[in-house]
Design a protein around this ligand. Structure first.
Ligand code: FAD
Length: 333
């Protein structure tokens, strides 16, 4: 049986791996040049930077086991640190928790590369149309390429994009809400200037929701031109209000926010201010699940041999993406 999987993020690649192990002939189609989807590491000449998911946690025993295997294979490592958070009066304070956090090494999307090992992945193929012909599926890409004779098609794109692709072919399309995933504006800044080593991750406020000190993650290399590399994820609301077309300069906003937070640390305001060395930004139109999002029921159409998977169908996050794939493989194949 031949299966086409649209999307080479965690969910698509996990489904592909498990189906291949079970003896199915699988092909993955990815619209980007890179693998991993929102598990993204951008590689520029001055830095390698994770711009999407910053770390992941593991709770379900099946995912815990997978993480152990990846650790043994040297693909992921724990990122141990005490997070900081912004208190009600705006001060940056340690906020200890028991959460075990993991990252891909040396970049988040190295996990995707490991998942894609031995798989057939057609990169730079944005699938824009599905066509049913004599009980089998044909995929058409936006450049006009055609891929034929699939028994099953699994769509693993973010919710809104999956709905558009499946629309008119299956009733499951109607169960996918367009409001499941919220946007996120990501800003990476390289800085010089002293910041206490303990500050590695910050739960922020209504402007910047999360900060990672990327240069403190395990196995990251750093250019000598700067002391630190920071990733700021602007909050969902702030990102939704931001107009990517007008492209307002967010660098001063982000740098000021970080400087202000650091200045509230003991003895820090006597230090030299952070100096910007370089920066880069990325707008995620579909980033994370909205807090009160209504998760759709299982999205498997056994009559038409179509299914939709992804973090948004399993509670969000990398763990959800992984589990959505396992659930599909166990239920439908
Ligand atoms: C800013 C941000 C912060 C996050 N923080 C965390 C975090 O801290 N912890 C955590 O666990 N998770 C976090 N996440 C969420 C995590 O990244 C996702 O849950 C997970 O990566 C989703 O995997 P997926 O396979 O479901 O979807 P995706 O990773 O979105 O993969 C879908 C793939 O489909 C491709 N695609 C889409 N349409 C087509 C098409 N028509 N043809 C071909 N290919 C197509 C896309 O290019 C993409 O590669 C974050 C995400 C973002 C963006």
């Amino acid at each position: 049986m031949k299966v086409a999987i649209i999307g080479a993020g965690v969910s698509g690649l996990t489904a592909a791996q498990h189906l291949t192990t079970r003896g199915f002939k699988v092909e993955v189609f990815e619209k980007s040049r890179g693998l991993g989807g929102r598990l993204a590491t951008k590689r520029l000449d001055w830095a390698h930077m994770d711009t999407g998911a910053q770390y992941f946690t593991a709770r379900d025993p099946r995912f815990v086991q997978a993480v152990k295997n990846w650790q043994q294979a040297g693909v992921v490592e724990p990122w141990p640190f005490t997070p900081y958070s912004i208190s009600a009066d705006g001060a940056l304070l340690p906020s200890p928790d028991q959460t075990l956090r993991y990252v891909g090494v040396p970049g988040m999307n190295n996990l995707a590369h490991a998942l894609a090992d031995n798989l057939t992945v057609h990169r730079n193929q944005c699938i824009s149309q599905l066509v049913r012909n004599k009980g089998r599926w044909k995929l058409v890409s936006d450049s006009g390429d055609q891929f034929t004779d699939y028994d099953w098609v699994i769509v693993s794109a973010p919710a809104e994009q999956s709905r558009v692709l499946l629309n008119g072919h299956t009733p499951i399309a109607e169960q996918i809400s367009s409001e499941l995933l919220e946007p996120c504006l990501a800003l990476v800044i390289a800085t010089t200037g002293p910041v206490p080593k303990a500050v590695q991750g910050i739960f922020g406020d209504s402007t910047v929701g999360w900060v990672s000190r990327l240069s403190a993650k395990p196995q990251r290399t750093k250019d000598v031109a700067y002391d630190d590399l920071w990733l700021l994820h602007f909050s969902s609301q702030w990102s939704a209000d931001y107009d990517p077309i007008a492209a307002e300069d967010i660098v001063p906003t982000g740098l000021e926010w970080l400087q202000h937070a650091i200045d509230t640390l003991p003895n820090q305001n006597q230090q030299k201010p952070l100096k910007l060395v370089n920066h880069c930004q990325h707008y995620w139109r579909f980033a994370r699940m909205a807090k009160n999002a209504q998760q759709p029921p299982t999205l498997i159409d056994k009559t038409n041999h179509l299914a939709a998977i992804g973090d948004w169908s399993h509670g969000g996050r990398i763990e959800g993406a992984y589990l959505s794939a396992l659930h599909l493989v166990d239920t439908a194949f």
